[in-house]
Design a binder for this molecule. Sequence first.
Ligand code: ADP
Length: 274
Amino acid sequence: TPGDRAGGATAAAAGHATRGTAPIIEFRDVEKRFGDNVVLKDLNFHVNKGERVTLIGPSGSGKTTILRLVMTLEEATDGMILIDGDPLTHRIEGGKRVRLSNKEIKKTRTRIGMVFQQFNLFPNMTVIQNITESPIHVLGQSKDEARAKAKDLLHKVGLDDKADAHPSSLSGGQQQRVAIARALAMDPEILLLDEVTSALDPEIVDEVLGILRNIADTTDITMLIVTHEMQFARDVSDRVLMFDGGAIVEDADPHTMFTAPTHDRTKKFLRAVL
Ligand code: ADP
């Protein structure tokens, strides 16, 4: 399949033995409406374990809504989302859609991390407090354990000397690197990246993308990515989904999507952004 690069050199180096074998995210007939505005209708797709899937398409086509649904920041108005085979927010019982308990939803949510366009750091906490907050309070890690892990992650994102700084004293690129470290501190199986470089000055976009490339190369984390950085999408993705009007127009490997797209809407979109 286009998404399976288990035989590829990069995949082998990173140990992606299971890539392409089992869906970790599955959308089944998902509908999302805001009032009368039907943003997603009967949406079906899945992402396999370890896969990196990028969503592209015009503004307003529903890409961010999909990430927010997976993060449970929004809930589908119909259909089901499954994480590793288990319902995320709703199950179907005797033909009826039943919402799970908040406790059940929270349990699944801890397996998923998200990095936002606007960083969303806690402004009243230091960098290291931002990173250790959830590991301590959600995962129950000791303060020492969480701090040691946070220091490792700060090293990984090149911010060893910023542990005790406050977010407001950092540049946008630095804040975004803290946000990446914060997401990774939870050891997520799924990482959602929502236009993480869109709020950054052009000259620091590459430093953030470089860190994400490194994470993609050295981990097995499944990634669902919304980005306008087409070169980045091309480099890290196993599969690219082109959206328009809340529906998948084209689903292809990055080489095909960016050099030989099939659909007119994809061609038109890529002509405008490339
Ligand atoms: P994209 O990420 O592709 O630009 P979005 O998922 O952000 O698209 O938005 C898809 C549609 O959903 C848009 O029409 C947008 O106005 C609408 N939408 C998104 N979030 C909300 C919300 N919280 N309330 C009402 N409408 C929303």
